[in-house]
Write a protein that binds this ligand. Structure first.
Ligand SMILES: [Mn+2]
Length: 451
C-alpha cells in the first residue's frame, strides 16, 4: 500500500452509475498518470443498475465515505504494542523511537495502558513512597520491571470510526499527550497524539459528476478540494486556492474520464473501461438523450474497444449498443422490464442429478414488484423449460438492499426442490430471507437435493 496520503475520488449523493464509474475511472487515471494514492469512493448505496455494471466489470463497489470529516483511523500511529509482562526497557525503546508513549497491550489485543515519561515518573514516585532505598536501585533493574508496573492505565480510547473533531474537547482537557485508538471491537489499533487530534490532516477530495455542495458528502468544508470533473451546471463551493476545475457539457462524466485516458495514450484495464462505458450508456440512454454530443459518440467507440475485447478479458457483447441495452435493462425495476430480459439477462444452465436445469437471477429494488409480474414470469419460465429441454427452472429475485430473495419455480420436476429450507408463500413462491448468492448458496443446495 502506498504511504502517500489518500486522495478520495467521489461522486454525488444517491450515486448513479456515472457517478460510481467516473470515480473508479478517474481514480485509476490519477494513480496511473500522477502516481497519486487515489481511491474511488461512493457517497451512498449503489443502485441495482450500478451493481450489475460492477459485477459485469468484475469490480467491487468503491468504499463508502459517509463524510469528509477525518476519523481517528486516519491519525492513528500503528506502533508495535508491548506485552504487559515484558521488561520496561522494551516499552522504553518503542517510546524513544516514536517520540510518544508506548502501547501496552495484552496477548488478545486488549489495550491495557501506556508507558510514557510521566508514567515512569509516577512509578518512581510510588517507589519512593514505599521507601524503597533508591540509592540501591540501578537503572538496569528499573528497566527490567514488567511494563504493567510502570504504565498509565487510564489512557482514554477513541474508536477508529469516530470523527476526530468529536474527540477534540476531551483531548484538550487532558494532561496526557497520547491516546489509544481502538477497533470497533475494542482491540488495539494504534495511538494518536494530541497535536494530531487538535489539528488533524484534512482529507483530500476530488469531486466527479457533481460540483454543488448540496449534492456532495457532508463536511466537505473540512476537506481540501483538489479538483472537480463534471458535466453539470455550476454550483461550486469557493476554494482557498486555485484548483483544476472542469465542467464540460457532454453526456456523462465517464465520457470526460475516457477522453483523458485516451489523451494520455493509456489503456485502462477492461473492468475500468466496462464501468466507464456503463456510466456513459446509462447517462446518455445509449447516446440518445438530448445531452449527448459528438464527443460522447467518440468516447463510446473508444471505451468499447477497450471493454469489449474478449481476448483481453473484456465482456461478451457485440457492440456498445448491445451492452447499453443490458445496462438500461439492469436499471429498470422488474415492473417495466420485458419478461424475456428478466429471465434471460442472467440465466445459467446446469446439469446435475441426471437432469438439465436453469437458474436465473434478477435484482429488484423491492420484492413487492414481483407480485405484479408473477403470472407472466411463471409462464416465461415454463416456456424456457420447453424451449431448452430443462427439467426445472428457478428465477431468483434478489433484493440487493435487504439481502433477501424470492424464488419462482417452474418445470416438470419442480417438486424435487420441495425440501429447500424456505417458506412457501400463498402465491407459490419461496421466501429466502438470507439468500443472495446463486453460486455459493442456491446452486450447492439444489445439487445436494438432486443427488
Ligand atoms: Mn453524470
Amino acid at each position: 500500500m502506498s504511504t502517500l496520503s489518500p486522495v478520495h475520488v467521489i461522486g454525488h449523493l444517491n450515486p448513479d452509475t456515472d457517478a460510481i464509474a467516473s470515480a473508479i475511472g478517474y481514480a485509476w487515471l490519477l494513480r496511473e498518470r500522477d502516481g497519486l494514492n487515489a481511491i474511488a469512493a461512493r457517497a451512498g448505496a449503489v443502485t441495482p443498475q450500478t451493481a450489475w455494471v460492477l459485477k459485469t466489470a468484475g469490480l467491487e463497489a468503491p468504499h463508502f465515505l459517509a463524510d469528509a470529516s477525518p476519523r481517528f483511523e486516519r491519525i492513528a500511529r500503528t506502533l508495535p504494542p508491548v506485552l504487559p509482562d515484558r521488561p520496561l526497557r522494551e516499552a522504553w525503546a518503542v517510546a524513544s523511537a516514536s517520540h510518544s508513549g508506548a502501547p501496552i497491550v495484552d496477548a488478545d489485543g486488549a489495550p491495557l495502558g501506556m508507558v510514557t515519561g510521566n508514567s515512569v515518573f509516577h512509578f518512581f514516585s510510588r517507589q519512593m513512597e514505599q521507601r524503597v532505598d533508591l540509592e540501591n536501585v540501578s537503572v538496569a533493574r528499573v528497566l527490567n520491571v514488567p511494563c504493567r508496573d510502570a504504565m498509565d492505565a487510564d489512557v482514554p480510547r477513541f474508536t477508529i470510526s469516530m470523527r476526530v473533531r468529536d474527540g477534540r474537547g476531551r483531548v484538550a482537557r487532558e494532561e496526557r499527550d497520547d491516546f489509544f485508538v481502538i477497533r470497533e471491537d475494542g482491540a488495539y489499533f494504534g495511538i494518536c497524539r494530541s497535536p494530531d487530534v487538535l489539528n488533524p490532516p484534512r482529507m483530500q477530495i476530488v469531486l466527479v459528476d457533481h460540483n454543488e455542495p448540496s449534492q456532495a458528502i457532508g463536511a466537505l468544508e473540512e476537506a481540501d478540494l483538489l479538483e472537480v470533473l463534471d458535466h453539470h451546471r455550476l454550483g461550486n463551493p469557493p476554494t482557498k486556492t486555485p484548483i483544476p476545475f472542469t465542467i464540460d457539457p457532454v453526456g456523462s462524466t465517464s465520457t470526460l474520464v475516457g477522453e483523458r485516458i485516451a489523451a494520455e495514450g493509456l489503456t485502462p484495464p477492461p473492468g475500468v473501461a466496462v464501468a466507464l462505458l456503463g456510466g456513459l450508456m446509462a447517462d446518455t440512454l445509449i447516446l440518445k438523450s438530448p445531452t449527448t454530443t459528438e464527443r460522447d459518440h467518440r468516447a463510446a467507440e473508444q471505451l468499447a474497444k477497450w471493454a469489449l475485447a474478449p481476448r483481453d478479458g473484456g465482456i461478451p457483447f457485440a457492440d456498445y449498443r448491445a451492452f447499453g441495452k443490458a445496462v438500461l435493462g439492469a436499471g429498470a425495476g422488474l415492473g417495466v422490464r420485458t419478461i424475456e430480459s428478466v429471465i434471460n439477462s442472467d440465466l445459467k444452465i446446469y446439469e446435475g442429478g441426471g437432469i438439465k436445469f436453469g437458474l436465473a437471477q434478477v435484482e429488484a429494488a423491492n420484492l413487492l414488484e414481483l407480485s405484479d409480474r408473477l403470472g407472466e414470469i411463471s409462464a416465461g419460465l415454463e416456456a424456457l423449460c420447453q424451449a431448452r429441454g430443462l427439467a426445472l427452472a428457478v428465477l431468483m429475485v434478489t433484493d440487493v438492499v435487504r439481502s433477501a430473495s424470492r424464488l419462482v419455480l417452474a418445470g416438470a420436476q419442480a417438486a424435487r426442490l420441495d425440501p429447500l429450507p424456505y417458506t412457501r408463500l400463498a402465491d407459490g413462491t419461496l421466501d429466502a430471507p438470507d439468500l443472495v448468492s446463486r453460486k455459493k448458496q442456491l446452486l450447492p443446495a439444489i445439487l445436494g437435493m438432486l443427488e
